[in-house]
Design a protein around this ligand. Structure first.
Ligand code: BG6
Length: 498
């Protein structure tokens, strides 16, 4: 049995869900200049140069490098569609949505705060009152139903002004800006929010440097500095969080994927080892408080020089995160026996099909054992509490004429995932705080910018071109999850709705 304090819920991110991009005094963020795309057509960052030339640079998830042309300044252009601008309009539907979550029995709702809704330029001295009030209303609404908010301070929402002025997280100015922002919100919401995450999928810095770090030049040097600055900023937030309210708990957030060697060739095993070092470098620093030697040697080899101070390393050591949260959707397979991309050991660039698993339409394998494997790996390495804050299935759901969604494929996926997670706790003794499925309500896909790739328990009437009534319709999985929560994960087999 799971502990009776185990928390169940769902997750979201402001840039995919909230909308209201230019309402209530909000400034623009990194995603507000990102177009929609698809599996075969990457999202693009739109820009303009001082001489009036405009363009759009593809953002390929998994690319080692991303660079805007010289002089290009990211901005919104006519003739492009930007799905984040309206998301699925949580901004105007939050009461209805939180009620739907409450009816499902949520203990916890994971959401991110739009940094530029609080500080429109990212580094303003004074906060935007309307922005503070918006989240205050949300937390009050959650409290009404006994739902605990789990707040991500930055889920790819770097304020655009910090990108255009400083080139994103490569600049140490962002450490101070972020700490100031965190200080404001942790003071303002003291007693209303106690669970905080600093950076969503902090290892996105390596996989998607614009998304993860607002880097307009994703060179290895900038990625290394960007990661370092985020580590320092995160430790500062941990320190302040504990000073502001001893009940605060701050987690790190890792994009986790189990990585399997395709063959028993030791060369494949070495590839896997290398890929894991890349991924776990981030959690090593944030949970153990120091840089692993493999990363230091890599920087030495590659001639990377960090702009750092001795105090940075003292902070990292003294203020690691309180818990480790992670996203986990799938597993990846690597081998030297395929093409160059897979042989590079780059998980996101070179993923080959696992013959033992099914995949969804976007090529993501559904791995029934991945959570047990991941939870054990992270628990054995860090021995600190864990939290599964993203796990789910993207699918092109169909709304029937009587407004139902029969997503039995999602129920099947979740059943296996929850079983695997429970095994890690019940059989292996992993310390797990909770589970927030991605996503509570349908929202825009981060990777492709599509609405078609849906994850929620609740369908939102909205298409890839911005059409639709935005009406909400519970899917079959909504009723199924309600029973899972009511039984604290014991009743996974229920087939009756309502
Ligand atoms: C994670 C992100 O990478 O995966 C979310 O934290 C994202 O923002 C989720 O939405 C699913 O990915 P996608 O690309 O299918 O939306």
């Amino acid at each position: 049995m799971l502990n009776k304090n185990f928390t169940w819920g769902g997750a979201s991110a402001a840039n995919q869900y909230e909308g209201g991009y230019n309402e209530g005094g909000k400034g623009l963020n990194a995603v507000d200049v990102l177009t929609n795309g698809s599996n075969s057509k990457p999202r693009k960052v739109t820009w303009k140069k001082p001489n009036g030339e405009t363009g759009a640079t593809p953002l390929v998830w998994g690319a080692d490098k991303f660079k805007l042309p010289e002089g290009a300044v990211p901005q919104i252009l006519d003739d492009y569609y930007y799905p984040s601008h309206q998301g699925t309009d949580f901004y105007h539907h939050y009461k209805e949505d939180i009620k739907l979550m409450a009816d499902m029995g949520f203990d916890v709702f994971r959401l991110s705060m739009n940094w530029s809704r609080i500080l429109p330029h990212g580094d303003d001295e004074e906060p935007n009152e309307e922005g503070l009030e918006f989240y205050d209303n949300i937390f009050d609404e959650c409290a009404k139903y006994g739902i605990e908010p789990l707040v991500t301070l930055s889920h790819y929402e770097t304020p655009l002004s910090l990108i255009t002025q400083f080139g994103g997280w490569k600049d140490r100015h962002l450490i101070d800006a972020f700490s100031h922002y965190a200080d404001i919100v942790m003071n303002y919401y003291k007693g209303k929010v106690k669970y905080w995450l600093t950076f969503n999928e902090i290892n996105a810095m390596d996989m998607a440097p614009y998304m993860g770090g607002g880097l307009i030049d994703g060179s290895e040097q900038n990625r290394a500095q960007g990661a370092h600055n985020q580590f320092v900023a995160s430790s500062k937030v941990v320190k302040r969080a504990h000073e502001i309210d001893p009940n605060n708990q701050v987690g790190m957030m890792l994009a986790y994927s189990a990585i399997y060697p395709y063959t028993c060739d030791p060369q494949d095993q070495l590839l896997v080892m290398k890929a894991k070092q890349e991924m776990l470098f981030y959690s090593d620093v944030q949970m153990l408080g120091y840089y692993p030697t493999s990363r230091l040697k890599k920087y030495e080899r590659d001639g990377i020089k960090l702009n750092d101070t001795p105090e940075d390393y003292e902070l990292l050591k003294k203020y690691p995160c309180d818990f480790l949260s992670f996203s986990c959707y799938t597993s990846n397979v690597l081998t030297v026996h395929e093409n160059d991309a897979t042989a590079s050991g780059n998980v996101s660039a070179g993923n080959i099909t696992n013959p033992y698993l099914e995949t969804n339409a976007w090529g993501w394998a559904t791995d029934p054992d991945v959570l047990r494997i991941g939870l054990n790996e992270l628990w054995e390495r860090y021995h600190k509490p864990l939290w599964v804050v993203e796990n789910g299935l993207g699918w092109s759901d169909e709304l029937t004429s009587d407004h139902q969604v029969h997503d039995d494929y999602r129920i099947k996926y979740l059943k296996a995932q929850i079983k695997s997670m429970k095994d890690a706790v019940e059989i292996d003794g992993v310390d797990l705080m909770g589970y927030t499925m991605w996503s509570a309500i349908d929202l825009v896909s981060n990777g492709t910018g599509e609405m078609k790739k849906r994850y929620g328990f609740v369908y939102v009437d909205r298409d890839d071109h911005g059409n639709g009534s935005l009406k909400r319709y519970p899917k079959d999985s909504y009723y199924w999850y309600k029973k899972v929560i009511a039984s604290n994960g014991e009743d996974l087999e229920s087939t009756t709705l309502n």
